[in-house]
Design a binder for this molecule. Structure first.
Ligand SMILES: Cc1cc2nc3c(=O)[nH]c(=O)nc-3n(C[C@H](O)[C@H](O)[C@H](O)COP(=O)(O)O)c2cc1C
Length: 489
């Protein structure tokens, strides 16, 4: 049968054909052939105006006992997080090429439009027929293909995508891109693109560990290529085990989603103040009163809120960790400076007070270093109370819609947290047990990477299991987003 010029069809017809082909696991050409055959056999009427085409497709579909293109898949709704995104999948020649089929399916399930380039080695492992059926599009294999009616050129292929993913990325493809080679379609597209590239390497552990592959990986990372995997495990082709297994398709999908930043932004348009770290209360120009807070939890919360789209202003005491990406950070030292900075940032939709603010400061910090004088004994420091920043904002005329406080306690955690909730005008208190009995301990929570918290609100107490500070932050950010949902921006 003569070949069918899909490219010359109207866009609407092409789209309908693409959808039907995908439903039936056929290539678009195959689908068109089936339809023509059905028309010739008199199973369906002649295809006329565009408004008749969907009807015709439906007739054909029901004649062949398959789902209609518009029909929603039965059962659970599929996540459509990649809707409107265009992904170019490049399949390299490795055993793991079979997993690329599942990757394509997962991407399409999520609403992505998928185009595929296969190297000639990849075609030894999986056929263009199966790949084309799953991607519902022509599969691109040749750099010099004058007769290919679907050819859109290597430059267009490389640009008409939001992201390029190489799965499996062979040692050879990594070497080619790291060294700028462009002698087939896959390597030429990779070097011609101005879009992000994600590689999912898969190879024998010895190949992965080879200094040449290590060098190539480092070069590619320096050039901005992102990697997912490889994982450790059994190799498909041998009895060998080690690092080199390709990441699972769903892990690759997650890496693509992260790279394209398609996560929902429920906090977009919200301004949120976060405080973090300790304060330093001077005794003299060289000495100060401090505490063990590292700022890790507060900074993680600021980052998690920003990830959900919030405009976050972080007021940080002196810490040794970096400012979180995408967050405007104001650096302060003393409690009074922190209070002033917070008040200047009002109004806001929410405020989260994570900083371990010193309760007291030395009444008169000396202008000069206090000298040790023989016979005079140690200096006596008279302490005065610092401003209570949480209570100040909790009762402020410009109080944010949501006020969250933190309480680090070593005893009577819940009683202290409940008292703090009432006294300070907070909506909820995140209470963390920093006692030794908690198993994490003061030196573990303060400065460490894990935390165990309870959320104390007027509705009661919710206990969260021990988790990383990043996980606490993500969960708290989600809770804040949920609470702010009912508040109008
Ligand atoms: C059975 C078999 C399995 C292979 N598996 C892998 C593999 O998992 N990873 C890899 O980097 N190369 C693997 N190779 C070697 C590649 O196929 C070879 O380097 C090829 O030139 C890669 O071409 P490409 O990078 O253009 O796809 C395998 C070769 C054979 C014969």
């Amino acid at each position: 049968m003569a070949s069918i010029t899909i490219r010359n069809l109207d866009d609407e017809v092409k789209e309908l054909l693409r959808r039907l082909a995908a439903e039936n696991d056929r290539s678009m050409e195959e689908q068109a052939r089936v339809m023509i055959r059905a028309a010739v056999d008199g199973q369906i009427g002649p295809v006329g105006r565009i408004d008749q085409i969907e009807k015709t497709l439906r007739e054909l579909t029901s004649a062949h006992g398959v789902a209609t293109p518009a029909a929603a898949p039965a059962g659970k709704a599929l996540p459509r997080g990649l809707s409107g995104k265009r992904i170019l999948v490049i399949i390299g020649g490795g055993i793991a090429a079979y997993k690329a089929l599942d990757l394509i399916r997962r991407l399409r399930e999520r609403g992505a439009a998928v185009r595929v380039v296969m190297t000639s080695a990849a075609q030894e492992f999986v056929t263009t027929l199966s790949v084309g059926a799953l991607s519902a599009d022509h599969v691109f294999t040749e750099l010099f293909d004058r007769n290919d009616e679907h050819d859109v050129g290597h430059i267009r292929l490389s640009r008409e995508a939001d992201l390029l993913v190489v799965a499996p990325a062979t040692a050879d493809l990594m070497a080619k891109l790291a060294n700028g080679h462009a002698n087939d379609l896959a390597s030429t597209v990779l070097i011609a693109t101005d879009k992000p590239v994600l590689m999912a390497p898969a190879m024998n552990p010895k190949m992965w560990a080879h200094p040449a592959t290590r060098r190539n990986r480092a070069t590619l990372q320096k050039d901005g290529v992102a990697f997912v995997g490889p994982a450790k495990g059994e190799m498909a082709e041998s009895n060998e085990a080690g690092e080199g297994r390709m990441a699972e398709p769903l892990e690759i999908v997650a890496a693509i989603e992260a790279r394209l930043d398609v996560s929902p932004k429920p906090l977009s348009g919200r301004r949120i103040i976060v405080t973090s770290g300790p304060t330093h209360e001077p005794i003299d120009p060289v000495r100060y009163i401090a505490n063990r807070s590292s700022g890790k939890q507060g900074h993680a919360i600021a980052a998690a809120l920003a990830k959900l789209g919030a405009d976050v202003r972080l007021v940080s005491g002196p810490v040794t960790i970096a400012d979180p990406a995408g967050v405007k950070t104001i650096h302060v030292e003393r409690a009074q400076e922190m209070r002033d900075a917070v008040e200047q940032l009002l109004p806001a939709d929410a405020a989260v007070f994570v900083a371990a603010v010193a309760d007291w400061r030395s009444e008169n910090s000396a202008g000069e270093k206090i000298k040790k004088v023989a016979g005079e004994g140690p200096p006596v420091l008279r302490m005065v109370e610092n401003p209570d920043i949480l209570a100040g904002v909790g009762h402020h005329s410009q109080r944010p819609g949501l006020v969250v406080g933190f309480a680090a306690e070593t005893q009577d955690l819940l009683r202290n947290a409940e008292a703090k909730l009432r006294k300070k005008g907070a909506d909820f208190i995140v209470a963390n047990d920093v006692s030794h009995e908690s198993g994490i301990g003061p030196s573990g929570v303060m400065g460490g990477d894990r935390n165990r918290v309870r959320i104390v609100s007027r509705a009661g107490v919710e206990e969260w299991p021990e988790m990383s500070k990043d996980e606490v932050a993500a969960r708290l950010a989600a809770l804040i987003a949920e609470r702010l949902k009912t508040t109008v921006v």
